[in-house]
Design a protein around this ligand. Structure first.
Ligand code: PEP
Ligand code: MG
Length: 892
């Protein structure tokens, strides 16, 4: 018989932390906490396999499930000393979803389940507090109706507001037991009206309703969107946790809170969290009441007047602090915990590895390695390389003037400017039009995640550091200022006001998620400092990696940025990009439209000094590191004059009539330029172009090596070859230019001539090509385009559908298609090595900066990856992770 249900509580459990796949993250951690003797209210987990079964069998449960749940519930009743559905001494439970990864897009929680008109009497008896019991009852009806019966909560809020208005009350706290009781009646009548049947009174029916809603929510739109954004497979399914209720709102010896073992914003090793006396957990996260700090230090730092838990409940605080240390030592990672205190007893409701900002992630990993809690390799593995991106991006220039109009909580760091929009849908629409937007909301909910994802930054006017907006923004790496209470948002008029000032939709604002400031207009930014923890981690990563990391750069600024980020040379200098400068493009166009070699040579002569200076700059910045220069490879249409004015300009420069140019342009235009007269085909047709470039390279190399005394080793790369013959013909041009420069200058340098491998034919014929090529650089952009037969410029729209349908799981232009393109790369590497042992090989397509593709490059033993400057640190870390991952998996 299959086991579908796992119990926990009373210092033992059937599950363990390493059973996340089966029990979900929450269930596995509840079991683990229970096993190590941390006080956890008893409960049971219905496994993710039930979810899988449910969807595979037309929304039916396995036959044994009912019995197993009944037995587990009896265990919980035994441990807690109360009975589910018992009018005298009722057990109440919470029902929560719990997937392997935390999923804010799903149904989260139903609390107080098991209450009905009879058991509420028992709750009065247990608590001695009728007001509390009826308040719990109405909360349950509202929550259950919202998440299980799908009756919108505004119905219930309206009824509450009406009752308060009737009685002349302002605050919920003014309602007495009879008021709540009356409201329960009204709530139930509203449910009957909306549903056409009464609210379910039978606790068992309530429980199965909630279980069904959890499984149902696995396939709701929000969950599907969340999974898509976070690469979570649908096949994982969710578990359901049913757990005895404990109450944080039964009086002043009760409390509830959220705590992190270290600060999730900065990573500092301080106890961080918020709590509320006499409240339920939802009150802390919903931002309805202002939460209080756990520690005196936190209170002081945040200039709060409200007393800290450390002051109010020192004994319980000490107990919680001890659990903090135990859990962190046990899990060896920063924990995000939820707790409740009922009648002076502390209960832990959840622990999980806490979400954190990129800066915190880095600090925590480095600190934990320094503390000896984890080793350096583990620290390297802890950081998602893509997260580094946030640390590399600019922050606000402290010297720039700021027109600060409001402030809130520094909920997620980083600075961003953009046009204000007031709904997630508008954010998505505007972003589609290429606008940078700041999403401003009173508060956010899981429906907003699409809009939050496309926004540059997020502002909310309500909610704390653990509000939805704050947690999600930190996870996504979006800057966020939360709880900016002085801002009044008016959704209907699409504007917000702050004491007399109005900001309308489309107005530009800047926010600084590290300080909580909101500014009018755009504030300039500065580059981050790459020292401290960042430098330490990078040093460890560099010691752990085999792959070298170079950059794709052609401008001095890019080359300098890349050096600062640790690039070990240039892997791709796309020379065509150097000709878009207004001073040069005219000569370039003249060359393209020239009708004979003499015309071309005249134009090329004008281009040569520019080109030489470009290379002098790059060689100088790279100070002896390898520089791979690729000879011209443009689809020619990129350079053709298009407008009347441009054509006239070329006609004037060439001394011909406008109509001649127009005819030439018409002749040169291609219907498929990506597969047209580009790459080495230009060199084959017009060798004088490559000759000019080669002369410029060698003249520059000689000049820099003479001036600096450094060795300059140019690597000249021929693009888009399909045959060895192409390479041989063009290598001869390069060698001749080198010889000419060496004779003229009396200086000889070593250099290498190699080729891009970016066509399937070149990959297949790599053995013979390597007899001529001294190095290979895989141009996986073109190789993907030509292997998949999908245009790299036109495939975006349908590739999204392809991805959603699971045809390609990842965008093959971003992450290498291992099975197809990867196979060709592997074949080319093997065949290349078969004729030239140890031939140097790298990758310079976009994939060179993608961690998953870097892992593939490590696997097949390439020598380096080359990527855009801002990806260099990401690639350094990813290369180290690939090497360490290989060791762990035994592939090394
Ligand atoms: C490539 O094709 O992968 C490449 C690096 O060249 P480009 O993107 O310039 O075509
Ligand atoms: Mg290419």
């Amino acid at each position: 018989m299959s086991k579908w249900v796992y119990t926990f509580g009373d210092g033992k459990a059937e599950g363990r932390a390493d059973m996340k796949n089966l029990l979900g993250g929450k269930g596995a951690n509840l079991a683990e906490m229970s096993n190590i003797g941390i006080p956890v209210p008893a409960g049971f987990t219905i496994t993710t396999e039930v979810c899988t079964y449910y969807y595979a069998n037309g929304n039916q449960y396995p036959a044994e499930l009912m019995d197993q749940v009944r037995t587990a519930l009896a265990d919980v009743e035994g441990i807690m000393g109360a009975k589910f559905g018992d009018a005298g001494n009722p057990l109440l439970v919470s029902v929560r979803s719990g997937a392997r990864a935390s999923m804010p897009g799903m149904m989260d929680t139903v609390l107080n389940l098991g209450l009905n008109d009879q058991t509420v009497e028992g709750l009065i008896a247990q608590s001695g507090d009728a007001r509390f019991a009826y308040d719990s009852y109405r909360r349950f009806i509202q929550m259950y109706s919202d998440v299980v019966l799908e009756i919108d909560h505004h119905h219930f809020e309206d009824l509450l507001e009406d009752l308060k208005a009737d009685r002349g009350y302002n605050l919920d706290t003014e309602l007495g037991a009879d008021d709540w009781k009356e409201l329960v009646g009204k709530y139930k009548a509203k449910v009957a009206e909306q549903l056409g049947r009464p609210f379910p009174e039978d606790p068992t029916e309530q429980m199965w309703g909630a279980v069904g809603a959890v499984f149902g929510s696995w396939m709701n739109q929000r969950a599907i969107t969340y999974r898509r954004l976070h690469d979570i497979p649908e096949s994982w399914g969710t578990a359901v946790n049913v757990q005895a209720m404990v109450f944080g709102n039964m009086g002043d010896d009760c409390a509830t809170g959220v705590a992190f073992t270290r600060d999730p914003s900065t990573g500092e090793n301080t106890f961080y969290g918020e709590y509320l006396v006499n409240a339920q957990g939802e009150d802390v996260v919903a931002g309805i009441r202002t939460p209080q700090h756990l520690t005196i230090e936190g209170k002081t730092r945040n200039e709060s007047d409200l007393p800290a838990m450390e002051e109010v409940m020192p004994g319980l605080f000490a107990e919680l602090d001890a659990i903090r240390h135990r859990l962190e030592a046990h899990y060896k990672d920063m924990q995000d915990m939820e707790f409740t205190i009922q009648g002076g007893k502390l209960w832990m409701l959840q622990t999980r590895n806490g979400k954190r900002t990129s800066a915190a992630s880095l600090k925590i990993a480095v600190d934990m390695a320094n503390e000896g809690l984890i080793d350096k390799k583990e620290a390297i593995m802890r950081i998602d390389p893509m997260q580094l991106d946030q640390l590399l991006h600019p922050t606000l220039d402290p010297k720039a003037p700021r027109d600060v109009i409001a402030s809130g909580l520094p909920a997620s760091p980083g600075a961003a400017s953009g046009k204000v929009v007031f709904s997630a849908e508008d954010a998505e629409d505007w972003a589609k039009r290429g606008e940078k937007v700041i999403l401003a909301r009173i508060e956010t909910s899981p429906e907003d995640i699409g809009g939050m994802h496309v926004a540059q930054g997020i502002i909310t006017t309500r909610g704390g550091m653990t509000s939805h907006a704050a947690v999600v923004a930190r996870g996504m790496g979006r800057p966020c200022v939360a709880g900016a209470g002085m801002i009044r948002i008016n959704y209907a008029e699409k504007l917000f006001t702050i004491s007399g000032l109005t900001i309308k939709e489309g107005d530009v604002v800047t926010l600084d998620g590290s300080t909580g400031q909101i500014m009018r207009g755009e504030v300039p930014t500065i580059q981050p400092e790459l020292t401290g923890d960042f430098a330490a981690l990078m040093e460890w990563a560099d010691a752990g990696r085999r792959l070298k990391v170079r950059t794709n750069a052609e401008t001095p600024l890019d080359a300098q940025t890349a050096r600062k980020f640790g690039a070990e040379g240039i892997g791709l200098c796309r020379t065509e990009h150097m000709f878009f400068d207004p001073l040069r493009i005219i000569h370039m166009r003249q060359m393209i439209v020239a009708q004979d070699e003499a015309g071309r040579r005249a134009a090329l002569e004008k281009l040569l000094p520019y080109q030489r200076q470009d290379f002098i700059d790059l060689f100088s910045i790279m100070q002896g590191l390898p520089v791979t220069i690729r000879l011209l490879d443009p689809p020619l249409h990129e350079f053709l004059p298009h407008t009347q004015d441009e054509m006239q300009e070329v006609a004037n420069a060439a001394g011909v009539e406008l109509k001649t140019i127009r005819t030439l342009v018409a002749t040169l235009s291609e219907s498929n330029p990506m597969l047209g007269h580009r790459g080495c085909r230009l060199g084959i047709s017009y060798p004088e172009i490559y000759e000019m470039q080669a002369l410029a390279i060698f003249q520059a190399a000689v000049q820099v090596s003479q001036a600096s005394g450094q060795t300059v080793v140019p690597e000249v790369m021929i693009p888009l070859i399909g045959t060895r013959k192409e390479l041989d013909l063009l290598k001869a041009v390069v060698d001749k230019a080198a010889a000419q420069v060496f004779t003229e200058t009396g200086t000889t340098l070593s250099y290498a001539v190699g080729t891009m491998i970016e066509l399937p034919r070149a990959a297949l014929r790599a053995a013979e090509i390597a007899e001529s090529a001294e190095f290979f650089s895989f141009g996986t952009n073109d190789l993907t385009q030509t292997t998949l037969g999908m245009s790299r410029d036109d495939s975006g729209p349908f590739l999204e559908t392809y991805r959603l349908r699971g045809i390609y799981e990842k965008d093959p232009f971003a992450t290498i298609d291992r099975d197809g393109v990867g196979e060709l790369v592997r074949i080319a590497a093997e065949r290349g090595r078969s004729t030239r042992a140890g031939i140097k090989m790298g990758i310079c397509g976009e994939h060179g900066g993608d961690p998953a593709s870097i892992a593939f490059c490590e696997e097949i033993g390439l020598d380096y990856v080359s990527c855009s400057p801002y990806r260099v640190p990401i690639a350094r870390l990813a290369a180290a992770q690939a090497a360490i991952g290989g060791e762990i998996n035994g592939t090394k």
